[in-house]
Design a protein around this ligand. Structure first.
Ligand code: SF4
Length: 227
């Protein structure tokens, strides 16, 4: 897993080498020499250098710390990595570097990422398939291009309408869907559809029955009584 906060997710009392090597030790994957070599390799792979292994997290910038977090996630040669908002705590100037590195690692090492993010432009850039969640439930799932061009769920439509457009003329033409209504408590969700008090298409059945997650064809799933 790669965590959101590169400050809180690295133990300040451990050296970078021990942070990266910890999972190798826990799983007893390799001997001391091989472990050292693997740590050096991983540091180089994420754009740091071998000398950094003996330093402590406070000696690094936010972007470098996130690189250490990525090296740690790669230490046990995973096939699947959960990236929990891995760039949202970084400066915008660093975000692109880290995303490009994640993409290079993905193609070189054949990784699968579950990439959790709120930045919809970034989600579009990095994802093959996108799942949209509302109040802890998946409401829509589709190939990235399909979801961005033909969103079905009213919540997805509202989210996509909020993506800023850098061209002022284009932006003025775009109609934004503004959601109203309170967000219900996720620990005590209302019966029926969880989105019903903010949905402009809500009808009586939405308060009575929770919509099932339906396959609309071509791997496009949606949970909504409109379909
Ligand atoms: S199920 Fe009803 S309330 Fe929920 S998103 Fe669909 S139309 Fe709106």
């Amino acid at each position: 897993m790669i965590f959101q906060d590169p400050y809180a997710s690295l133990d300040p009392r451990m050296t970078v080498g021990d942070i990266i090597g910890e999972a190798i030790d826990i799983h007893k994957l390799m001997g001391a020499k091989e472990r050292e070599e693997r740590i050096q390799y991983l540091l180089n792979r994420v754009g740091l250098n071998s000398e950094h292994a003996s330093r402590y997290p406070h000696e690094f910038s936010g972007g470098q710390r996130q690189r250490i977090g990525i090296a740690r996630a790669l230490a046990v040669q995973p096939e699947f990595i959960i990236c929990d908002e891995p760039i949202s705590a970084l400066d915008v100037s660093i975000q692109a570097q880290v995303v490009n590195m994640l993409e290079d690692l993905q193609s070189d090492l054949g990784l699968t990422y579950l990439f959790i993010a709120h930045d919809l432009s970034m989600v579009k850039h990095i994802s093959n398939r996108v799942g949209v969640m509302y109040l802890g439930k998946l409401v829509e799932l589709a190939e990235s291009n399909e979801l961005y061009t033909k969103p079905l769920h009213p919540y997805t439509q509202a989210l996509l309408s909020a993506i800023p457009i850098p061209d002022p003329d284009e932006s003025a033409k775009k109609k934004r869907i503004v959601l109203e209504g309170e967000i219900p408590s996720p620990i005590d969700p209302p019966p029926g559809c969880r989105f019903k008090n903010r949905c402009r298409y809500a009808k009586p059945i939405c308060s009575e029955q929770e919509p099932v997650f339906k396959d609309m064809g071509g791997g496009h799933f949606v949970a909504c009584h409109l379909y």
